[in-house]
Design a protein around this ligand. Sequence first.
Ligand code: C2E
Ligand code: MG
Ligand code: MG
Ligand code: MG
Length: 290
Amino acid sequence: PEAMLALLTQWAPPVPIKPFKAKKIYSAEEIRAAIKEGALVNYYQPKVSVASGTVVGVETLVRWHHPKDGLVFPNQFIHVAEEHGLINDLTQFVLLQAFTQAKKWQQEGFELRVSVNVSMDNLTSLDFQDHVVKLAADAGILPQKLVLEITESQLMGDMRVSLEILTRLRLKRFRLSIDDFGTGHSSLAQLRDIPFDELKIDQGFVHRAWKDETLRVIYDASLALAKQLNMESVAEGVEDRDDWELLRRTGCDLAQGNFVSKPLLAEEIPEWIKVWLNRVQTELLVQSTN
Ligand code: C2E
Ligand code: MG
Ligand code: MG
Ligand code: MG
């Protein structure tokens, strides 16, 4: 027993255990000030074609460059903004930056679709549609180049309203994407009624779906549904080569995730594209050996 005790007191965890740090949630006042002062910064995560490696577009992911706390992620402030009537201002800010950036890339010779995440409260705001149309026109970007992503769970809140607004945006030629698919509760009938262009399979059903049967069932069903309803399929949360190979084998259209690239600052995108296209040629288009 003495020896055991000695061993136990010597034991150290293989990796140091980090002290638990609770996620800080910010107040509406702080967020309001951040929007006003321009402290929110858009990051852009590439979406690429699985079959060809082509860079098809980027998804805009907002972060807050906080003077004291550093980089703050959306799960620490988006829901507060939604609850306190700040999401329209926030989205306007993100859209303006994203559309302006899309134009800049275009002028540099990069034809990229730019996706922006929108909340249900944005869609139900009366002037949202006019605002998006105006922002796109002012930036000189065709609506076909812009993708509005809305999560499946928010969509299901009020189907009747979302159906009408989304249909109108679709008629203006904006592309519509259903985000985090698999985590909401849409029915097949509802999906058929909304003119979505793109279906994003939630990352929870992508990473490791090649080895976990339960994940795989949902991944396969989502992919089949996208194909049946003529939507482009996107897998998010592609983290490693095994994930990537599953997409290749199953014919998923687009990939997004850290295996391709983490979200980047706008100015990093051109250099990243160069490096990526080289990686596609040398590494990714060859069949993996396992
Ligand atoms: P989302 O739209 O589903 O975005 C994907 C999230 O997965 C992003 O987190 C992204 O950084 C993360 N991600 C990307 N690749 C990987 C990967 O390989 N593995 C893992 N584990 N995660 C990966 P992020 O940037 O923290 O955003 C979280 C959510 O916040 C987004 O989920 C979106 O719903 C929301 N969001 C982000 N920006 C905005 C915005 O401007 N407006 C609104 N309304 N919501 C936003
Ligand atoms: Mg999204
Ligand atoms: Mg998503
Ligand atoms: Mg997600």
